[in-house]
Design a protein around this ligand. Structure first.
Ligand SMILES: [Zn+2]
Ligand SMILES: [Zn+2]
Length: 353
């Protein structure tokens, strides 16, 4: 369901799909929208002792006081831990515990790659399809052996399938472990499992990046993480831990997620990212009329200046320093990360070529 407000409406926009238009003249600092918590998110493992898993509070790199060892997360205070556990529910807590146990058991193979630069070219669409198809086959063996997902009602794996399964399981246990990809996917799988309607309506409807992986290793790491999840999550979750859900999470993240940064929107420290379907309604401008500010796990949107009736309300997709780039550099950045040629008012004004 698109967000509704007396301040704006969501309408089709020529060349940009849809956009948010001011319904009335708006004064500066008018609150527009408070997004719900993210559909999926990850705090990179290197920050796991410094960022509250519930409210995303960060205290200049200090280790936070409340540690919940079985789930491998820290909290700024006891109420945050209680709220997190309640929001996750018993199944979620069980899943995070299983994941943490798995990651710790493979401590020597842990490699966090999400915040790293790409090595080599992006894999093309065909490679993406083929790699996921191979993962889906192995995933189906896992799901069947665990008594969840497609084919769960089968009378059990035959001898050949059993051998294949053991080989597949061996493969999963010998691959490296990326706790960040695992955490991001698990948070999304739990959302999809908890509210299928929301998932279909909000998440599956997002703009998807069909070439979402920065390099081949990233694609393989996502497929491995999917298989490791199928093998480790509680049985009840296996049916929701599908290739489709994991691909949706990967493809939606490049165009619809926000970085979790130390100082809110402008902070330098890049500590993770989060997928906010509701925020995706705002298009980008290099001189945005809307300011966004992170308040705990939510984003608050308000007008950055006076906005006329019918004017489009835009946020900026650029990070703090990137706003000072030249028009050519900004366009290159936006094309690379978000896949569009910026034709905003500022870019048109500064483009003298
Ligand atoms: Zn907290
Ligand atoms: Zn622009």
């Amino acid at each position: 369901m698109p967000p509704t407000s007396t301040h704006f409406s969501i309408r089709p926009i020529p060349s940009a799909g849809r956009g948010v238009l001011a319904s009335t003249p708006l004064a500066p600092n008018t609150p527009l929208l408070l997004s719900p918590p993210p559909a999926a998110h990850v705090i990179f493992r290197q920050y796991r002792r410094e960022v509250c898993a519930h409210c995303l509070h960060y205290d200049r790199g200090r280790t936070l006081p409340v540690r919940d060892a079985p789930i491998g997360k820290v909290f700024c205070a006891e109420p945050c831990r209680a709220a997190w556990r309640e929001a996750q529910g018993p199944l979620g807590v069980e899943a995070w515990t299983a994941l943490e146990t798995f990651v710790r058991s493979r401590a020597k193979s842990v490699v966090s790659t999400l915040a790293q630069a790409a090595v080599g070219a992006k894999p093309g669409a065909q490679a993406v399809v083929a790699t996921w198809e191979a993962a889906a086959e192995v995933g189906a063996l896992h799901a069947r052996a665990r008594g969840g997902g497609v084919g769960a009602a089968d009378s059990g794996p035959g001898i050949k399938a059993d051998r294949e399964y053991r080989r597949a399981l061996h493969h999963v246990w010998t691959q490296s472990v990326d706790p960040d990809i695992l955490g991001y996917l698990l948070s999304g799988v739990l959302t999809a499992h908890g509210d299928a309607g929301y998932w279909q309506r909000e998440v599956e409807g997002l703009a998807m990046d069909e070439e979402a992986y920065k390099d081949t290793a990233d694609l393989e790491a996502h497929c491995n993480a999917f298989l490791q999840l199928v093998a480790t999550v509680p049985r009840e979750l296996v049916g929701s831990c599908t290739v489709e859900v994991c691909q949706t999470l990967a493809n939606a993240s490049s165009h619809n997620s926000f970085g979790i940064r130390a100082g809110g929107d402008e902070g330098e420290e890049y500590m993770g990212y989060a997928l906010y379907p509701e925020a995706s309604y705002f298009n980008h401008s290099c001189s945005p009329s809307v300011r966004k500010k992170r308040v705990g796990r939510q984003w608050e949107f308000s007008t950055a200046r006076e906005v006329g009736e019918g004017e489009e309300l835009c946020i900026t997709y650029l990070g703090g320093d990137e706003k000072d780039l030249t028009v050519t550099q900004r366009r290159e950045r936006l094309r690379g990360v978000w896949g569009f040629e910026c034709m905003c008012e500022r870019c048109r004004r500064e483009d003298t070529s």
